[in-house]
Design a protein around this ligand. Structure first.
Ligand code: FES
Length: 91
């Protein structure tokens, strides 16, 4: 099924690009822009983006790897989010 009519990208192309990127780097964060670049092109009108994202989300290799999930929450627990906030709360 053609997902992006401007560039002639099919759902098979998107899945292949995601599988390739995940195999090349298990820790990579996959974005639509990276998929377009992996396919040697870039988005044009952007009208396909909702279907493009739905197709990406349906790929089993799309989720962020388990080892990278919740890093922000874990690193910020118990510490202020910025120095300005910490300074104003102590005065
Ligand atoms: S349909 Fe995909 S960029 Fe236009």
């Amino acid at each position: 099924m053609i997902v992006c009519h401007c560039r002639g990208i099919s759902d098979t192309d998107i899945h292949a690009a995601i599988d390739w990127m995940r195999a090349a780097d298990p820790r990579t964060v996959i974005t639509p822009g990276k998929v377009y670049r992996a396919l040697g092109t870039a988005a044009d009108c952007g009208g396909c983006l909702p279907l493009f994202l739905d197709t990406m989300r349906s790929n089993d290799n799309m989720p962020v790897p388990a080892g990278l999930r919740r890093l922000r929450r874990d690193t910020n627990e118990g510490s202020p989010t910025c120095k300005a906030t910490a300074r104003s709360s102590t005065t």
